[in-house]
Design a protein around this ligand. Structure first.
Ligand code: NOJ
Length: 557
């Protein structure tokens, strides 16, 4: 595989940036972000080096779950713009070299979706079987509700329908019945519609719930893998290089199945929830072993597939795969107050406040993001180190307006502050201290550092493509790993401890004399290795990226 051939499988080495149109930039001054605003900032995103945008739901919605409750899969919420604006946005993004992935939320609809309205109104409605009904709820439901603060059960009584219906999330989000072939046809139609407009793929919401069929009595049981295979095949027929990125928060062993058979004919990418959670435990303990162990426990994945690595997303930082004591350790370190915690399993904070704003430690964590196995996925505002607003309810504490400047409303909108859909962050991480305009002017800012490290990541394809192996560093606080790809070896070293560390890393290069070139140091320092061993001093939370080279070999930038 040469660098040129990597283009088809673009997702293996993209820089993905997730944003919500509603909170990014308000182009018409009504207090709500919109496509017009986003279009204005496409060049900013291209400038950072983002190569793929993931748009959170922008469809018509009563917004009782921030847009994950959809009333029309074929349109744009009028508050955000029109389908015409969406196409202008797509074209602009493509022109600036960026792909666009959108959320595909088909586990459920809003209860105000015309399908559900019709379904609940009559047993004879053609949409009745689009949802899952029971005369009596099962005595032992198959799962607990995902939002235990709001719902007691995954079954609710509908007065109009005079039956119980299934909803894994909020009661206002009835689950679709994918055992019904008409629902599957409709999902294909939705996917086909957006592909035709030009999107490059989908982030599929809540995949395990979507596949957990509990269809209506008499439905022919559905093989969930057959469903994913058909969906992937359909997508490939329409657009050969479109990607399916799945939200699948399950244990490592169970993850492998979602990629499909040997060749990977189901989902192409999965968010790596287990590694993300283990990383927080490792950070809390300042001990690399939980992270190393979680990487070693990952299943091998097909060559055309990839992990999606992330530090934070738009939901709570879920720690549900850690043991109870481990979760408490992370809570203690990064979110000790009750108000910072959610559902007993997660934290509703962004990274910089969790790390008390320590710039070196924040950079170390993002260096991990850009070097762990997988494609890095940033959540908007991470590039400048935004914090959360705990005064905003639940998970939305991390979905505050993007901080563009220190002007009113963080430069996000010219509307009166009372008209903003959500207030901006206040205090230490608010726009007076953290904003794009100021960081653009400061060469040492997090924003400029991100730009540089992203450029390096693009120039080092081995990071996305290479086979990864954890290396012994002789110190539990230091996480070292290497990636090998097409004759290139890179070595990545991270000190998770606040204190400096000296380590000797057994790099294990092929026979011959080797040295390493520092890929992050602007002077390109070269360090000699002794018998394949790399001796290093790392500052507290220090990190280094190296390329292994043969002494006297060709030097690349
Ligand atoms: C997962 C999404 O990430 C979350 O924000 C949403 O509430 C649920 N799925 C339901 O769609």
């Amino acid at each position: 595989m040469t660098a040129g051939r990597t283009a088809d499988l673009w997702w293996k080495n993209a820089i993905v940036y997730c944003l919500d149109v509603e909170t990014f930039l308000d182009g018409d001054g009504d207090g709500c972000g919109d496509l017009r605003g986003l279009i204005e900032r496409v060049d900013y995103l291209a400038g950072i080096g983002v190569s793929c945008l993931w748009l959170m739901p922008f469809f018509p919605s009563p917004s009782r779950d921030d847009g994950y409750d959809i009333t029309d899969f074929y349109n744009v919420d009028p508050l955000l713009g029109s389908l015409g604006d969406f196409v202008v946005f797509l074209r602009t993004a493509r022109n600036r070299g960026m792909r666009v992935v959108i959320d595909l939320v088909v586990n459920h609809t809003s209860d105000r979706h015309p399908w559900f309205r019709s379904a609940r109104a009559s047993r004879h409605s053609p949409f009745r079987d689009f949802y899952v009904w029971r005369d009596r709820p099962p005595e032992e439901p198959s799962a607990a509700p995902v939002f235990p603060d709001a719902e007691k059960s995954i079954w609710s009584w509908d007065r109009k329908a005079r039956q119980w219906y299934l909803h894994h999330f909020y009661a206002h989000q009835p689950d679709l019945n994918i055992e019904n072939p008409s629902v599957r046809d409709e999902i294909a139609k939705i996917v086909g519609f957006w592909l035709e407009l030009g999107v490059d793929g989908f982030r599929i919401d809540a995949v395990p719930f979507l596949l957990e069929a509990e269809g209506n009595p008499g439905d022919v049981p559905l093989d969930p893998h057959a469903f994913l295979k058909h969906l992937q095949a359909f997508i490939s027929r329409r657009r050969g290089d479109a990607v399916l990125l799945g939200e699948v928060n399950v244990a490592p062993k169970a993850l492998r199945g979602y990629f499909g058979d040997t060749e990977g004919d189901e989902l192409k990418m999965l968010f790596n929830f287990p590694v993300m959670q283990a990383m927080y435990l490792a950070l809390a303990r300042q001990d690399a072993r939980p992270l190393a162990r979680s990487l070693e426990r990952l299943p091998e994945i097909p060559e055309d597939c990839q992990w999606g690595i992330f530090v934070r997303n738009h939901d709570e930082l879920t720690l549900d795969q850690l043991g109870d004591d481990e979760r408490l350790e992370v809570f203690e370190a990064f979110g000790p107050e009750e108000d910072m915690q959610l559902y007993g399993r997660g934290l509703r904070r962004r990274l910089p406040p969790m790390l008390d704003g320590d710039p070196q430690r924040v950079r170390m964590v993002y260096s991990l993001l850009f070097s762990l196995p997988g494609t890095p996925i940033l959540f908007y505002g991470e590039e400048i180190g935004m914090g959360e607003n705990l005064a905003v309810e639940g998970r939305t504490s991390v979905r505050t307006p993007m901080q563009w400047s220190d002007e009113p409303n963080a430069g996000f909108s010219v509307a009166k502050p009372s008209r903003l859909r959500r207030p901006v962050v206040e205090g230490r991480f608010g726009p007076m201290a953290i904003n794009v305009a100021e960081q653009r002017r400061d060469p040492q800012s997090l924003l400029n550092w991100m730009e540089r490290i992203i450029r390096r990541r693009h120039e080092t394809p081995a990071l996305g493509w290479g086979a990864s192996r954890v290396l012994a560093s002789g110190d539990h606080s230091v996480f070292a790993h290497r990636k090998d790809w097409e004759g290139t070896t890179v070595v990545l070293v991270h000190n998770l401890a606040s204190e400096p560390r000296s380590v000797r890393i057994d790099v294990d290069p092929p026979p011959g004399h080797h040295e390493v070139v520092d890929l992050l140091d602007q002077g390109h320092a070269v360090i000699a290795m002794d018998a394949g061993r790399l001796e290093l001093k790392l500052e507290g939370y220090g990190f280094r990226w190296f390329r292994v080279e043969e002494v006297g070999g060709r030097t690349t930038p």
